[in-house]
Design a protein around this ligand. Sequence first.
Ligand SMILES: [Mg+2]
Length: 409
Amino acid sequence: MSDRVILHCDLNNFYASAECVSHPEWKDVPLAVCGDPNKRHGVVLAKNELAKKAGIRTGDVIWQAKQKAPNLMVVPPHFELYMKYSKQMFKLYNDYTDMVEPFGADECWLDVTGSQKIFGDGRQIADLIRERVKKDSGLTCSVGVSFNKVFAKLGSDLKKPDATTVIDRANFKRLIWRLNASEMLMIGRRTYEHLQKLNITTIGDLANADSSVLKSHFGINGLKMKAYANGEDTEPVREAIYSRDVKSIGHGMTAVRDIETIEDARDMIYYLSEKVGARMRKAGYRGTLVSVGMRDNALYSISRQRVMPVPTYSSTEIAENALKVFSDNWNGDPMRTITVAVSKLVTDDAPKQLSFFDDGTRNDKLEKLDETLDKITHKYGSVVHRASLIGKDFIYDKTDAEDFLPFQR
Ligand SMILES: [Mg+2]
């Protein structure tokens, strides 16, 4: 069987570019899209090329960024605008294949194996798409072309902005193996730190690592990582409509000491909801029913539920509803274990049925913010997401499962 041809399209500096395209007068100034300076979101979410050249990085706090570029233009995020572009681009991609799998608002995979008779080979289709993206929107994208999803994604990062990179069986060892293992899908921060302890730094190291060592440290996922590093990734490009048989997504934790105040409970519930929300976003599910389990030291436990106003995967929305369940049902006794779970799941492309009381706008915004924070968290570790837990002594969480989630579905 001949190889598949898979494209990974990544819009360059998406949020910042969308701002610049809709405000041509900002074309020649360094610009950063930043969250609310008074909240945990007061960091750089995106920046344009000029800001990048000034050394500004995603995740910088605003004052740091301004020190690097005193003439920096700081704008708040306009998610409606970004979603408008995002939808427009996904529609454009669909002209080249119906096998399009979104990965966040600005990235997706395309399986164009069957489209080559009409549009040319992988590189030609990638170039066609880049030209159209530029002409139709003014945005630019980088495209990786390869025989699997993992390499296509790595390829789209190799040359930016507005470039096509082809990773084939002849060149992948030269182009991919020198990259840091942390660049590869499936390798989160903690997995990478673990790999480094085994003297595995690059994707090439991983490709040539001893299978039994990998297996003993990471289980079956260790073998999967090695296979991916060798180009043995057979994950299909999943079309947007794809039903997966999962009934609920949850996370629970036993505290190191008793939870005696509503403040402690709130911190824990927010923490758990961050975990649950992040996993739902990765897996592409929204849900409408939140359940909270509470258990005291004597193993007395209850579980209570609440229907949320709209299907959501926003961590904040989940946390607010979970906290309501908790405070409505807590009798004040010390608690030891809390779990938060969301069920009544729908895939994230299902049409949203809006509630009479909530037009979904607030939820949309919360979700977009979460998606951006997910990316920052993925890049820089857990700093942003868990800010509210800094200094909390009672939270102890040893699960590491989210590192593996993108391919665990
Ligand atoms: Mg991008």
